[in-house]
Design a protein around this ligand. Structure first.
Ligand code: FAD
Ligand code: DLZ
Ligand code: SF4
Length: 504
C-alpha cells in the first residue's frame, strides 16, 4: 500500500482531526514537528511555546499508543529542517511518500506554504468548529452588515443549545443587559485549575528557557493543562466554581485578581484539547441542573458558538490581506511600555504586567485597556496585531486578527464593529478598581493630572469626525463635543498632542 504523510500541527491536537480521519493507520505516517519557523514568525511568549510543545509531545505519545506510525521532530534534533514544509519533504524522502494529507491550518501564511510544496497535497477542512466556512459565507452573502448577533442565533438553531423548540430559552436570545456589573469587592473563585509540570513539561520548559528565555514574558511558574484529561478537569473546575457568576462580572477588571470568573480555556479550545460543543454542552447542563443562571450560561455559550465561530468565518472570508488593513491610517509606533509595563497609567501597567506573567488577559483588558489605548493613540494596527499574536497563549491568527484588527482597532473599516470600541477613563473607572491607585485622576479632563484616556478620547473623535460623526450610534457623543466651549476643546487637543509627542 502507498504511504502518505499525515500532518498534525501544534494547534491540531484532536483525535477527531479531519486529516487523521482521512488517513489509514496501517500504511500512513503521521508527521509532527517543532520547528524554528513556527516559533519565530512572531517572537511568541515563552509560555505559549512551552504550552504548544508540551501538548504536542503528549498528543504524539497518545497517537503512538493508539497504533499510529508517528515521526516526531523535536526543536533541538540535529536533523531538524526548520520549517513545516521542509520537515514534510524530509519525511517524504525517508518514507518514499509523495502525498500529504493535512487539515487546513488556521493561518493563510501556512496554507500558502503547504500549497507551494512540491508534494501532492490533500487539504481537508478543519471540522472542529460548529459551522463550516460554506455556511458562514452563505450567511454573509448579500448582507449589508455582518453582525455577530444574527449569526449567533443561527448557531443556536443549528446546535439546539438553549432552545425551546424554535424559541430561545427564557424568551430572549441575549441576556447581556444583566452582564455588565462593575468590579465587586471580592471574588469567590480562586482562579483556573493549575497543574504541576510533569516530566514531559519540565523537559520542554528547559528547552524553551534555553532557546527563548530572553523573549517577552515569564516562562515560570507554568501551570497550564497540556493534555485532554487535564483540560477537561480545568473545564469542570470552571463550570463548578466560576460559571454561575461568569455573566455578572464578565466585563469587570481588578488590580488584585487576574482571572475573575473567566474560564481560561481559550488555549485548550484553540489547540484542540477541548471541543467547542463539549464545552457548551457542559455549560448548558449546568443551567439545566439549576447550578448556573441563564444570563451566565447564555453569555458563555455566545462567546463560543457566536464570537469564536464568527471571527473565524470573517478571517477566512476576508482573505490573506486582512491583518494588513489600516482603514483609519494609523501610523504611530507601538509605545515601548507595551513590552515593559513601565507606565504611570495603572490600567495599562496592570494589564501588560499580567500579560507578561501569565500570557493571558481577559477580554475587557484586551479590548478596553490595551486595545482602546492603541486605537485612541493611533498606533499602527499591524504592530498592534503582532503584539497580540506574540503575547497571548491563545493567539492564532484566525482568531487573533479579527479580534485585534477588526473588533479592537477598527482597521477593517467596520466589518466586525459597527462603531469603534473607544472610551474615556470613565468606562475603565466604572468597570475596575484601577483608577483608585493611579497617579492620574480619572475625573480630571485637562491639566497635568488628567487621565490620558480622557484627552485621547476627544482627540480620536475629533481627528476622525468626518468618518464617525454621521454614525447614528455616535451622534450624541459628537453633539457633546460640538457643544463644548472652543477654548476647552483646544486645551484638550493640545494636551493630547503633547501626550502623544511624549509617547515617541
Ligand atoms: P472567557 O471570557 O471565559 O470566554 C469563554 C470562551 O469564549 C473563550 O475561551 C473563547 O474561546 C471564547 N471567546 C470569548 N470571546 C471571544 C472572542 N471575541 N473571539 C473568539 N473567542 C472568544 N481569543 C482567542 O482565543 N485568541 C486570541 O488570540 C484572541 N485575541 C484577542 C485580541 C483582542 C484585541 C481581543 C479584544 C480579544 C481577543 N480574543 C482572543 C478574545 C478573548 O479575549 C479571549 O478569547 C478570552 O479572553 C479568552 O479567555 P477565557 O478563556 O478566560 O475567556
Ligand atoms: C504557534 C506554534 C509554535 C510556536 N510552534 C509550532 C511548531 O513548532 N510546530 C507546529 O506544528 N506548530 C506550531 N505552532 C502552531 C502553528 O503556528 C499554527 O499551526 C499555525 O499558526 C496555524 O494556526
Ligand atoms: Fe487608566 Fe486613567 Fe484610570 Fe489611570 S485614571 S487607571 S490611566 S483610566
Amino acid at each position: 500500500m502507498v504511504t502518505r504523510l499525515v500532518l498534525v500541527l501544534g494547534d491540531q491536537l484532536s483525535e477527531t482531526l479531519s486529516a487523521l480521519q482521512a488517513a489509514d493507520k496501517s500504511s500512513d505516517v503521521v508527521v509532527m514537528a517543532e520547528v524554528a519557523e513556527e516559533t519565530t514568525y512572531v517572537q511568541h511568549h515563552p509560555k505559549k511555546i512551552a504550552f504548544i510543545f508540551a501538548a504536542m509531545r503528549k498528543f504524539a505519545a497518545r497517537l503512538r499508543d493508539d497504533g499510529w506510525d508517528l515521526r516526531y521532530t523535536q526543536l533541538d534534533d540535529t536533523e531538524n529542517a526548520g520549517s513545516i514544509p521542509s520537515e514534510l519533504l524530509q519525511r517524504a524522502e525517508d518514507t518514499g511518500a509523495s502525498e500529504v494529507i493535512a487539515t487546513q491550518p488556521g493561518e493563510w501564511r501556512l496554507i500558502q506554504a503547504l500549497e507551494d510544496m512540491p508534494l501532492k497535497l490533500t487539504m481537508k477542512p478543519d471540522t472542529r468548529f460548529v459551522s463550516t466556512q460554506e455556511e458562514f459565507d452563505q450567511w454573509a452573502e448579500g448582507r449589508k452588515a455582518l453582525r455577530m448577533e444574527y449569526f449567533y442565533r443561527d448557531m443556536r438553531r443549528k446546535t439546539g443549545l438553549l432552545m425551546e423548540g424554535d424559541d430561545p430559552e427564557g424568551g430572549k436570545w441575549n441576556y447581556d443587559s444583566e452582564n455588565r456589573k462593575p468590579a465587586p469587592d471580592d471574588i469567590a473563585f480562586s482562579g483556573p485549575m493549575q497543574f504541576t509540570p510533569d516530566e514531559t513539561v519540565e523537559e520542554v520548559l528547559d528547552l524553551v528557557e534555553a532557546r527563548f528565555g530572553n523573549s517577552f514574558g515569564a516562562l515560570r511558574p507554568f501551570w497550564f493543562a497540556t493534555d485532554q484529561g487535564q483540560a477537561r478537569r480545568a473545564l469542570a473546575h470552571f463550570i463548578t466554581y466560576a460559571l454561575p457568576r461568569f455573566g455578572d462580572f464578565q466585563d469587570a477588571m481588578m488590580n488584585d485578581n487576574r482571572f475573575l470568573y473567566h474560564a481560561m480555556i481559550s488555549p485548550y479550545l484553540n489547540v484542540g484539547l477541548l471541543d467547542p460543543m463539549e464545552v457548551c454542552k457542559a455549560a448548558e447542563d449546568a443551567y439545566k441542573d439549576g447550578h448556573a443562571p441563564l444570563n451566565a450560561v447564555e453569555g458563555f455559550i455566545r462567546q463560543i458558538i457566536g464570537w469564536r465561530e464568527y471571527v473565524r468565518g470573517i478571517y477566512f472570508r476576508e482573505g490573506p490581506d486582512y491583518p494588513r488593513r489600516n482603514a483609519l491610517n494609523h501610523q504611530r509606533k507601538l509605545p515601548d511600555f507595551y513590552w515593559t509595563g513601565d507606565t504611570e497609567m495603572n490600567c495599562l501597567s496592570k494589564a501588560i504586567t499580567q500579560t507578561a506573567d501569565e500570557a493571558y488577559a481577559h477580554h475587557i483588558q484586551r479590548l478596553m485597556v490595551t486595545g482602546n489605548f492603541a486605537l485612541l493613540a493611533g498606533i499602527n494596527p499591524h504592530e498592534v496585531h503582532e503584539w497580540y499574536l506574540r503575547v497571548y497563549v491563545d493567539a492564532f491568527e484566525w482568531v487573533e486578527a479579527p479580534n485585534t484588527v477588526g473588533m479592537s482597532q477598527f482597521a477593517d473599516g467596520g466589518i466586525i464593529a459597527s462603531k469603534p470600541y473607544v472610551s474615556s477613563g470613565a468606562y475603565i473607572n466604572r468597570m475596575s478598581d484601577y483608577c483608585k491607585s493611579c497617579r492620574y485622576k480619572v475625573n480630571d479632563k485637562t491639566g497635568k493630572d488628567a487621565c490620558p484616556f480622557n484627552l485621547l478620547y476627544w482627540h480620536f473623535l475629533d481627528r476622525h469626525a468626518e468618518r464617525f460623526a454621521k454614525n447614528q450610534r455616535m451622534s450624541q457623543i459628537y453633539a457633546n463635543w460640538k457643544r463644548m466651549d472652543e477654548d476647552r476643546k483646544q486645551t484638550i487637543l493640545s494636551e493630547a498632542e503633547a501626550f502623544l509627542d511624549g509617547l515617541s
